[in-house]
Design a protein around this ligand. Structure first.
Ligand code: PLP
Length: 415
């Protein structure tokens, strides 16, 4: 998949589609004909495998099976089972991943657990410009544990890792810029000074290959509703390297993390392995939806997915250069595909209104304050033709000044 270096034409783009080994995957998803969906980095599209599975779960397992389904429909072991399905997508072993709670809550659990593993150290290093929940949770943990949270510029992270640091807590692919950290290099540096690393994989899992164990990672968290397509508010996953399991003490000691939840005994006794990362009753419908959604990854070569993602984001950037010159857009994403996740972010002072005008025409991305138009490329259900059409629609929206209409300036609660 190579994009010609000359002016790009619609025919060039058609050739990229003809060459696409993942084109068949689009049919696994239900996407309205009138929509070009470039927001799979916020909420993944609906896999066709989900509605029939959910309908069975609701009507048969809940409606008829009732409470019996915790045993008879295998609801109870779903957190482990779905974790096992996610594991190969992030380079983890099957017994190192479990699905539970939200990313924010899992972050809280692993940050406290990691701090407890480094009793002599009180510093958590994070990055400026990370997704806010990561910084908010790290600050909350620091306050609770009498530690300190220090956020440094992304380029200063390596230098900030020294013997005082207990935890380095970073998001692998930045939610705004799409910039990718070198997981192996940062983990190596942290381990060299005795620190642990927590990775947020929200914009990584399902979007690009990831090799947690190959990088000797310690902890990771990530959500189920973006590139994994589990549905709105789908439960999140958490990874803890096998070598840390024995010492793992997370703070939310609920009954589902107990060694014998149904013994109803007094006193908490942590379950073995990752089971102790569970807290309370699992959101079963969300788990079932996520499990069905993950079928879309069956047989998908993550290296091929990455090649398509790099080609697609390259194409978007090249077309933006070619078609949008003079409209005051900037590029907030690295041009170098090797350090770019599966997204492209453009900047514009009128970004919010422009994105609303674009959405009104069926090209769906999102906006991140103060000025970022964010386009996510969940490449399993996107064609190169979609990219061409999206940029053409953006150009037309700008040329006609369509975004100036008052209805596009009214801020909605979710941007
Ligand atoms: C990097 C990152 N971390 C965490 C979250 C959200 O966490 P939660 O699912 O707990 O709301 C997001 C959501 O967009 C995110 O981009």
């Amino acid at each position: 998949m190579s994009i010609p270096s000359k002016i790009i034409t619609r025919e060039d783009v058609a050739m990229l589609d003809a060459d696409d080994p993942l084109a068949r995957c689009r049919d696994l998803f239900q996407i309205p004909d009138s929509v070009i969906y470039l927001d799979g980095n916020s909420l993944g599209a609906l896999p066709k495998s989900v509605p029939p599975r959910m309908s069975r779960a609701i009507e048969q397992e809940w409606g008829v099976g009732l409470i019996r389904s915790w045993n008879d429909a295998d609801w109870y072991p779903a957190p482990q089972r779905v974790g096992k399905r996610i594991a190969p997508l992030i380079g983890a072993a099957a017994d190192e991943v479990i699905v539970a709670d939200s990313t924010s809550i899992n972050l809280f659990k692993v940050l406290v657990a990691a701090l407890r593993m480094r009793p002599g150290r009180r510093r958590i290093v994070g990055e400026r410009g990370n997704f806010p929940t990561d910084a908010y949770v790290a600050s909350g943990v620091a306050e609770l544990m009498d530690a300190e949270f220090v956020a440094v510029e992304p380029g200063a992270v390596l230098d900030a890792i020294d013997e005082r640091v207990a935890i380095v807590s970073l998001t692998h692919v930045n939610y705004k810029s799409g910039r990718v950290y070198d997981m192996a290099e940062i983990t190596r540096r942290a381990h060299a000074v005795g620190a642990l690393v927590v990775w947020d994989l929200c914009h990584t899992a399902g979007a690009m290959p990831c090799d947690l164990n190959g990088c000797d990672a310690d902890f990771a968290v990530g959500c189920g509703y973006k590139y994994l397509n589990g549905g709105p508010g789908a439960p999140a996953f958490v990874f803890v390297a096998q070598r840390h399991h024995a010492a793992l003490r997370q703070p939310l000691t609920g009954w589902h993390g107990h060694a014998r939840p149904f013994a109803f005994v007094e006193g908490y006794e942590a379950a073995p392995g990752m089971d102790r990362m569970l807290v309370g009753t699992a959101p079963q419908m969300g788990l079932i939806s996520l499990e069905a959604a993950l079928e879309a990854f069956d047989g998908v070569d993550m290296q091929a997915l990455r090649r398509k993602s790099e080609a697609m984001t390259d194409l978007f950037i090249r077309l933006a250069d070619q078609e949008l010159a003079g409209f005051d857009f900037g590029l907030a994403t690295p041009r170098d595909a090797t350090v770019r996740g599966s997204q492209v972010s453009l900047t514009h002072p009128e970004g919010y209104a422009i994105m609303q005008a674009l959405i009104a025409r069926g090209v769906i991305g999102d906006f991140r304050a103060p000025d970022i138009l964010r386009f996510g490329f969940a490449v399993m259900y996107l064609s190169f033709g979609d990219v061409w059409d999206a940029v053409a629609t953006l150009k037309d929206t700008m040329a006609r000044k369509a975004w100036m209409a008052p209805e596009f300036r009214q801020r909605k609660a979710v941007t």
